[in-house]
Each structure stands twice: as C-alpha cells, then as structure tokens.
Design a protein around this ligand. Structure first.
Ligand SMILES: Cc1cc2nc3c(=O)[nH]c(=O)nc-3n(C[C@H](O)[C@H](O)[C@H](O)COP(=O)(O)OP(=O)(O)OC[C@H]3O[C@@H](n4cnc5c(N)ncnc54)[C@H](O)[C@@H]3O)c2cc1C
Length: 494
C-alpha cells in the first residue's frame, strides 16, 4: 500500500494524545505522522483531572502507572466532592463516585432509597453512604489494593498537564512521530475543498493526506479554514472564564477533586504530589476578573501572596461536524464543555478511538464520517446535559447568578424529561435507556447528582417504606472492603 501521511496541528495535550494513539493504530499500516506546533503560541496549560477512561489510553500504549505518574506528579482520583452547590438541609456536600463492580449491591440499595425518598419516605438517599470510592476518599485511601485482594475498582487521575504533555511528546518522538516547530500562517486546499498543505510563516510547505486539528480554541483548520460552524452552548452554560492559581501540596494527599460553589461559579482543588492545582470557573457576565481573582485568593488564603494567577477565556460549545473533508478536530478545536466533571480529555480519547474505528472500517476513507459525527455530537450533548443539570437543580439564593441558572429556560428536551420523570417519582433508569443516553452518564450517576442535591419532596409518606434498605449493613460491607485498600501516599510511593 502507498504510504499515507497525517499532519497534526498543535502540541497541547490533545495533539500529543493524538500523535501517540494514531501512531499506535496506523504506523504499521503505512502512515507517517507529523506534529507541527508553534513555539510562539502557548498551550492552554490547564486540565489536570481525568475520568477513569484515561487508564485505557495508557493501557493501549502499553504504559504502566510507574512509567508516567511520577513524571507528571500524578495522584489517584476516587471521584469528585461537590461542596455548597445545594442549600437543602443535610445536602451541603455530596460525592460523585466512580461506581465499580463491588458497588453493584450497595448501589441497588441506593437506588431503592432514592426512589423511596422521592415518594416522601423518611430514608437516607445521600450517595456518599453507598459507594466504596466515597468511603475511600474520606479515609484518604487509594483505589489500589493490597496484593492478592480480590477486588478492583475504577478510578481517575490528577496530573500536571504541562508535564503530561512533555511526557507524551517524548514518547511519540521516540516512537517515530516527526516533530516540527513552526507557526502555520496559510492553508492550501485542493479543488475538492480538502486540505492539501500547511504553510509556515517562513514559507515551508507541509503536505499530507489527512489533517488533525489540535490547534486549541483558535480552531485553525476545521473552523477557520474549512468553515465548519460552531454551535455555542453559552445559553445553557453561563461560565466563560477561568482563573488558575497553584498553592502548596498538602499531606496526606487527597484522593478526590473538590468542586466548591462560589458566588458566580465554582472553584476546583486538584491534589498533585508537588502542589495543589486551584482555579475558579465563573461567568464574566456576572463577575469581573479582578473580583473573581480576589474571591479565589480569599478562599485559598492567598490574598497577599506573591503567586501569579493565570486568567483564561473559555468558549463552550461544539463544532457542527467534528470530521469534515480530510480533517478531524480533536480537543479544544472541536469544542469544550466547562471542566466541572473533567471530561475534556475523555472526549479527546473518545473522538480518537471512534475515529480510528470508523477510519479503519471504511478502509481509510470518509465512508463512515456522517455516522461518526453523529456519535461524537451526541456525546458532547449528553455530557453537556449532565453538567447543565448541576446548575439547573441548584437551590442557592445568594446571588443572581445561581438564581438565573436555576430559572434558565434553555435546557434540552432530554434534560427536561429527566427532571420531570425524577420529580414525578418515575423510572429514570428506563427513561435514560429509552432516550439512548445512559452510555454518557449511567443512571446511577444521574441518581447521585439529583439525590446529592437533595431534590426531594418534603418527608410526608404515611405508609411504611417497602423494600427497607439496611444502611448499616451496607456501610459494614463498604468498611470491610475498604480494609483491602492501601493509603494514598503508600500507593504513590509504590
Ligand atoms: C479552566 C479549564 C480547566 C480544565 N480542566 C480540565 C480537566 O480537569 N480535565 C480535562 O480533561 N480537561 C480540562 N480542561 C480542558 C483541557 O485543558 C484541554 O482539553 C486540553 O488541554 C487540550 O487542549 P488542546 O491540546 O486542545 O489545546 P491547547 O493546549 O490550546 O494547544 C493548542 C496547540 O496548537 C498550537 N497552535 C495553535 N495555532 C497554531 C498555528 N497557527 N501554528 C502552529 N501551531 C498552532 C499551539 O502552539 C498549541 O501547541 C480544562 C480547560 C480549561 C479552560
């Protein structure tokens, strides 16, 4: 077969993840891969939390945790703790777990109690009582077990994004990906409209058969060159700015991301081995950047500290087609949903994995493009709706921002159906399956979110609850299993 070539434009996390996965999938099939990045245009340099799916990325590349985690000051992540998103009594914090096989039975108890509570029974539906990863996070236990313990669970990671990029760059270059430092100023196209070549500012021409646009928010190839439109999500999600501000690492190292609701957005706290990553995601329509920085500094006790803050603008939404002509957009150039559930790299991975599958199935042609685009768009919308739900069901009254979010009429039909079904005491699991969206967030995650916020009617059922769940027994199981898990810092040292 004639050798084909792929050019990736952009050397952020998306670019280097693409380089590694595409090289892994296609090098032996006759593809040469080149990554071009501009030394003058910085990467975004944030994005330090993952979902459990990232483990699969490293497994595909044949990398052990000991190969990359120490290099990136990485830590384990059992889930996300949401503080102060709800002002319902008893629900000021909830933990979004990564459910695993051992949770199957306890999750069944959670789903029953959450249903009974929706019917007005006086039972405890708070998710952190029912999931192993929530207990491990509280105890600062890692998701790793002692040798020979017969249980394994899902978990994510926290990492220094700049160091992860460096690591992935070294790996890709070592394997044979060509790396070019050049700023692209012009794009040449065939008569068919396909991209033919990228031209750098010093006139060098880089020709290829396929192009991967990883140029970040600037969307150089898919949006600016090929003219693919961008579907804006700002009516659904108000946040459009962020501030990042590091602080010292704390010991023992936490095993969870913490998301705390602030006056006009929320702050993240991500534990790494050498520092804590902090930030504030907010809406510039409601708060100025100066006021947001002051609020974040006050929260962190860094009001007078000489630590510079990094201010960022965010564009939320997705492109109308992620793969158009001979160009695939991956990362911020294909779209972005605010980082509340740390899903951006998950979407990068998903896009690449689906592209590789569709591209191979069509014998490296555009045969499966439409189906691929439909699948990736649905993923973006599924994740968007889950994130929007956090805002829609908040019951804070302290600022206009939170009240406007709650009263926002711009929510999808699917989300409206989910909320109506929940409020009517209906079968949310069956609804999600019927809508075909439980693959984005499973039913248990929707129940955790809605129960965790305390979205329930007043207690008032007169009849006794049927299917009484023995919460004490559930907690006993969880504590017994937890004995097999090792402390986070011991796991990191290993
Ligand atoms: C506040 C915030 C928090 C986030 N938190 C998370 C998180 O917790 N988890 C998560 O998964 N994701 C998170 N993300 C998203 C994550 O940061 C990005 O998805 C990830 O970093 C990938 O970015 P990128 O590679 O697409 O773009 P970038 O990092 O912006 O890279 C763009 C690249 O394109 C190159 N480039 C651009 N134009 C040209 C040109 N003309 N010529 C040559 N090169 C060019 C640049 O040099 C650069 O190398 C967050 C994002 C934000 C804004």
């Amino acid at each position: 077969m004639k050798r084909q070539s792929i050019i990736i434009l952009g050397g952020g996390t998306a670019g280097w993840m693409s380089a590694n996965l595409l090289h892994h999938a296609f090098h032996a099939k006759g593809f040469d891969i080149t990554l071009i990045e501009s030394p003058e245009i910085n990467i975004i340099g944030v994005g330090e939390g993952s979902t459990p799916h990232l483990k699969q990325f490293f497994n595909t590349l044949g990398l052990a945790e000991s190969d990359w985690m120490p290099r990136c000051h990485a830590t384990y992540k059992n889930g996300i703790q949401f503080n102060h998103w709800s002002s319902a009594k008893g629900y000021s914090a909830y933990f979004h777990p990564f459910p695993s096989m051992p949770d199957r039975q306890t999750a069944a108890g959670f789903l029953i109690n959450s249903m009974l509570r929706r019917q007005g029974h006086d039972v405890d539906p708070r998710p952190d009582r029912y999931f192993l990863s929530a207990y491990l996070a509280k105890q600062k236990l890692s998701p790793k077990t002692q040798t020979g313990f017969p249980i394994s669970i899902n978990y994510g990671y926290h990492f220094d994004s700049a160091l992860l990029g460096e690591f992935l760059k070294e790996l890709a270059v070592e394997k044979g990906v060509n790396h070019v430092a050049a700023k692209i100023t012009e794009v040449e196209r065939h008569l068919s409209g396909d991209i033919d070549a990228l031209v750098s500012e010093n006139g060098q021409r880089y020709q290829a058969n396929w192009f991967i646009d990883c140029s970040g928010f600037s969307g150089v190839l898919l949006q600016k060159t090929l003219g693919v439109t961008f579907h804006d999500f700002s009516a659904n999600l108000f946040n459009d700015a962020a501030i990042a501000l590091p602080s010292e690492a704390s010991l023992p190292t936490s095993v969870q991301t913490i998301s705390t609701a602030l006056s006009n957005g929320w702050s993240w706290e991500i534990p790494l081995t050498h520092r804590t990553g902090n930030g504030y995601v907010y809406s510039s329509r409601y708060q100025s950047s100066d006021a947001a920085e002051t609020e974040l500094r006050e929260k962190l006790g860094l009001l007078d500290a000489d630590v510079p803050a990094k201010h960022l603008k965010m564009r939320v939404g997705q492109v109308a087609q992620h793969w158009y002509k001979n160009c695939l957009a991956v990362g911020l150039s294909q779209g972005f949903i605010e980082p509340l559930e740390a899903t951006a790299l998950h979407l990068v991975q998903d896009t690449l994995e689906n592209f590789i599958g569709a591209f191979e199935a069509g014998k490296f042609s555009q045969q499966h493009q439409a189906e691929f685009n439909q699948r990736i768009s649905a993923r973006f919308e599924g994740i968007r709706d889950y994130i929007v739900c956090h805002y829609k069901v908040n019951n804070r009254t302290d600022t206009q921002y939170w009240m406007d979010n709650r009263n926002n009429p711009h929510i999808s039909d699917q989300l409206q159906q989910i909320l109506a079904c929940w409020d009517a005491g209906g079968d949310v699991t069956a609804l999600l399956d019927g809508l075909g969206i439980s693959q984005f967030y499973p039913a248990v995650s929707w129940h955790c979110l809605l129960s965790g916020y305390g979205r329930f009617p007043p207690i008032g059922a007169t009849s006794a609850a049927t299917h009484e769940v023995n919460l004490e027994q559930i907690q006993h199981y969880i504590k017994t299993w937890a004995k097999g898990f090792i402390p986070h810092n011991t796991a990191l040292a290993k």
